[in-house]
Ligand binder design. Structure first.
Ligand SMILES: Cc1cc2nc3c(=O)[nH]c(=O)nc-3n(C[C@H](O)[C@H](O)[C@H](O)COP(=O)(O)OP(=O)(O)OC[C@H]3O[C@@H](n4cnc5c(N)ncnc54)[C@H](O)[C@@H]3O)c2cc1C
Length: 247
């Protein structure tokens, strides 16, 4: 039997794990989908908390429809009520400069390619913050993510602002590194296994302490990430009743 010109009865099929879904994300208010940054809304895979420690098949697309609608409606009424608010021109200028830096740097021996760093980060997360986790490799991942963050400040890209995926990758890097750090920090903090989080050094689910959310916060001038824990809210009575009625 042939598939794409390959006799699949003779050629072995390569099978490997890959990322299917991100359970974490930006923490939002469940009604409005607004984050703790006023005017910043998130829904879908960018938002956090809806699916708990693992997502049931099919629930992602219903999540997008329900919470995407809420986010859109609340974002529109936020702008209608408050306008765009006061934006500090100094902050805009700073963000603009930061965004243009990779284009201004000329390729030389000290500059780095953003794609190369992105691949390095992907390999690092696959190897050390992947499906099966443990303390020593998570600690190594922390250090290596910090090293990549320093290197990310030296990325350079050629071309200009138009249709420039290299530049987009350079801009994405900072955010990829933030998400990587949040994953590594919370995976190291959570000393149990639950849902899609599996620690070989803590293989069991531990409900005494760990029935909690872990939230990564960047604090202070150095932007160091800290993990705080918050309790999981109890299911409201009327929803609990529906769950019980559905069996
Ligand atoms: C293989 C696979 C199978 C799946 N099967 C199912 C299933 O059967 N049922 C189910 O419910 N779910 C399934 N899911 C999950 C579901 O498809 C995703 O969770 C969902 O599509 C996420 O939607 P989203 O809008 O949150 O994010 P996305 O669909 O990822 O949309 C984000 C968009 O933002 C754009 N973007 C990114 N960065 C920027 C930027 N800087 N500026 C502007 N735009 C940007 C991206 O290009 C993208 O278009 C599956 C996922 C995978 C990978």
């Amino acid at each position: 039997m042939e598939l794409a010109g390959i006799d699949i009865t003779k050629e072995p099929m390569e099978v490997g794990p890959t990322t299917h879904y991100v359970m974490g994300g930006i923490r939002v208010d469940p009604e409005s989908q607004m984050s703790t940054v006023p005017g910043l809304f998130a829904a879908g895979e960018a938002g956090a908390g809806l699916h708990g420690a693992n997502r049931l098949g099919g629930n992602s697309l219903s999540d997008l429809l329900v919470f995407g609608k809420r986010a859109g409606e609340y974002a529109a009424s936020f702008v209608n009520e408050k306008g765009l608010g006061d934006i500090d021109p100094e902050e805009i200028h700073k963000a603009e400069q930061e965004a243009l830096d990779p284009l201004k740097r000329q390729y030389q021996s000290t500059t780095l390619n953003p794609y190369k760093l992105q691949f390095e980060l992907q390999d690092l997360l696959q190897d050390k913050v992947g499906i099966i986790r443990q303390k020593d490799t998570l600690e190594e991942a922390h250090k290596e993510i910090d090293e990549l963050a320093k290197k990310a400040e030296l990325v350079a890209v050629s071309g200009d602002r138009q249709f420039n995926p290299g530049w987009h990758t350079a801009l994405d890097l900072k955010h990829l590194l933030t998400v990587a750090k949040a994953c590594a920090c919370s995976a190291l903090a959570r000393k149990e296994s639950r849902g899609a989080h599996s620690r070989v050094d803590f293989p069991d689910k531990e409900t005494g302490h760990w029935a909690k959310h872990t939230i990564g916060l960047r604090k202070g001038e150095d932007g160091k990430m800290e993990i705080v824990e918050t309790p999981i809210l109890e299911i409201p009575e009327k929803l609990q009743k529906i769950i019980e009625e559905q069996g």
